[in-house]
Ligand binder design. Structure first.
Ligand SMILES: Cc1cc2nc3c(=O)[nH]c(=O)nc-3n(C[C@H](O)[C@H](O)[C@H](O)COP(=O)(O)OP(=O)(O)OC[C@H]3O[C@@H](n4cnc5c(N)ncnc54)[C@H](O)[C@@H]3O)c2cc1C
Length: 468
């Protein structure tokens, strides 16, 4: 692996306006850190890109110096792709402006913005689009992988709302990708991850979403099978304003949880209603009928408030490991495995979620974007997050065992943004029939595989030049 010497870092500093932080500089440890505390990497330099020109300079610099290049939005990648050892990190976090055009109902957002930045800005106009369920997650990484959230059933994945992107490609060009310009690149960006360049801004379609109705319901584990069966039947035909997620959850010390039940494990339903608020209470009713509810919290709330509800469970630096897969039919055989492994959930910040991705997501064909699984009903994630390094082996084992037990009843592929560091062998499955076209487009825009610190798509028919 190449290392940037001090004079070389100086050369980069002369070309950019953003800070270039090396091990010799104060703030290096903070600058190199990503969200997942499992990854402790030491890049030669971190470029805090402030504008497109900084990104162009950074890409050219890394390419010409033969350095590994990591691109970071908000740094939430589970495999810690937002940092590297010995190479250059382009940190986009200074580029987080959000410009809303309320007439057109669109927003142009910087490549390093978080969903918190995004929702704060768009909510002022009573608008929103599909984004993640935690406000500190980056718009960039989440969108480039597909983008699953509360609004996916009514409005599609984040990529289904992407109108255009500005991209710095491996050769240092600044391109617009849209249905009319560089349409092949635009196709690949919508699900292909960070493989094709650095997106300096995204333009999204917005929708009239201001306040929403949401609820979380806890049920005794003895009813888990009934809850999962309910979801298997309900989600395929549920009205589209619904997003509802079955889960296993250790009760946190929150006011709605009876004090003597804090720390107990429950089967849970997280329910979101994006339809008229006046129908919200009625929309919660089916979830009170499945089984007796031990604890619940339900009511109207501003969409950005909902988007911060789980933030505290995932602070920066928490260790985490997860596995994902797509589920087309939630079968009884799969439910048998959930009922065995879900109740073993080891931490408050560990869970299994089945995110519904039908509704509007199914109105886009499997070949219209790089996101191939348009027939899947759920994106399953099994995630553990914990603080104590001594618990690493135990937490990882729970995730792996649960995943392996449900894998026979799931699709071979999963959502790229729910993949762990040991999932690179699943890239082909994740893209199914779209992989070859992605590899062709990769060869066109990044033939030397400069952007390889991601769920990597290998350029088709090219000799790969690695960074080391
Ligand atoms: C607490 C938590 C909650 C989550 N919730 C959801 C959820 O609700 N829905 C969902 O779909 N996913 C969710 N995810 C997964 C999330 O989509 C991925 O972790 C995603 O990679 C995060 O994007 P980021 O920009 O924060 O990550 P980073 O680590 O900064 O980047 C991840 C990858 O994307 C690339 N990348 C990021 N920004 C750009 C850019 N502007 N241009 C080019 N490449 C870029 C990077 O190179 C890297 O390969 C969650 C993750 C966490 C940790």
């Amino acid at each position: 692996m190449s290392v940037i010497t001090t004079p070389t870092a100086e050369q980069l500093r002369e070309q950019v306006r953003g800070a270039v932080i090396t091990a010799a500089d104060p703030g290096y440890d903070e600058a190199r850190a990503v969200h997942n505390g499992m990854f402790d990497r030491y890049p030669a330099a971190v470029l805090r890109a402030e504008q497109v020109a900084d990104v162009v300079a950074g890409v050219n610099f890394a390419r010409d110096a033969g350095l590994a290049l990591a691109v970071r939005g908000a740094g939430h990648s589970a495999p810690g792709f937002g940092s590297c050892d010995g190479g250059l990190v382009i940190d986009l976090s200074p580029m987080r402006s959000v410009y809303v055009d309320p007439e057109a109902a669109t927003a142009r957002v910087g490549g390093g913005a978080t969903w918190g930045d995004f929702n704060y800005a768009t909510h002022a106009f009573g608008l929103a689009t599909t984004g993640g369920i935690v406000s500190t997650t980056g718009v960039g990484g989440l969108t480039l992988g597909g983008g699953i959230g509360y609004l996916a059933r009514p409005y599609g994945l984040s990529i289904d709302n992407l109108r255009s992107a500005q991209v710095v490609t491996a050769d240092g060009r600044v391109l617009t990708a849209s249905p009319d310009e560089n349409a092949d690149l635009f196709w690949a960006l919508r699900g292909g991850g960070g493989n094709f360049g650095v997106v300096t801004s995204f333009e999204f379609q917005l929708h009239p979403v201001a306040d929403v109705y949401a609820g979380i319901f806890f049920y005794e584990l003895a009813h888990a099978r009934d809850i999962f069966r309910f979801f298997a039947e309900f989600i395929p035909t549920a009205p589209e304003p619904y997003s509802a997620v079955p889960a296993f959850q250790i009760a946190p010390p929150l006011p709605f949880v009876p004090p003597d039940r804090v720390g107990d494990t429950f089967c849970a339903a997280i329910v979101h209603w994006a339809g008229p608020l006046s129908e919200g209470e009625q929309a919660m009713a089916p979830f009170r009928d499945i089984a007796p509810v031990v604890a619940e919290m339900a009511g109207p709330m501003p969409y950005p408030a909902l988007n911060t509800a789980f933030d505290a469970m995932f602070p920066k630096g928490i260790r985490s490991y997860w596995k994902g897969s797509f589920v087309t039919e939630l079968s009884d055989a799969a439910i048998d495995q959930h009922v065995i492994h879900g109740p073993r959930v080891p931490e408050v910040s560990a869970t299994m979620h089945l995110y519904p991705i039908n509704g509007a997501c199914h109105r886009v064909g499997p070949e219209e974007t790089a996101f191939a699984y348009r027939d899947a009903t759920f994106a399953q994630i099994i995630v553990a997050a914990w603080q104590d390094p001594a618990a690493d082996a135990d937490r990882i084992r729970w995730v792996r065992e649960y995943h392996q037990a449900t894998a026979p009843y799931a699709e071979p592929g999963g959502y790229v943004n729910f993949m762990a560091d040991d999932d690179s062998g699943r890239v082909l499955d994740n893209y199914r029939g779209n992989y070859r076209r992605l590899a062709e487009i990769k060869a066109r825009y990044d033939p030397a595989n400069l952007f390889q610190l991601n769920q990597n798509i290998v350029p088709l028919n090219q000799n790969i030049v690695t960074a080391s």
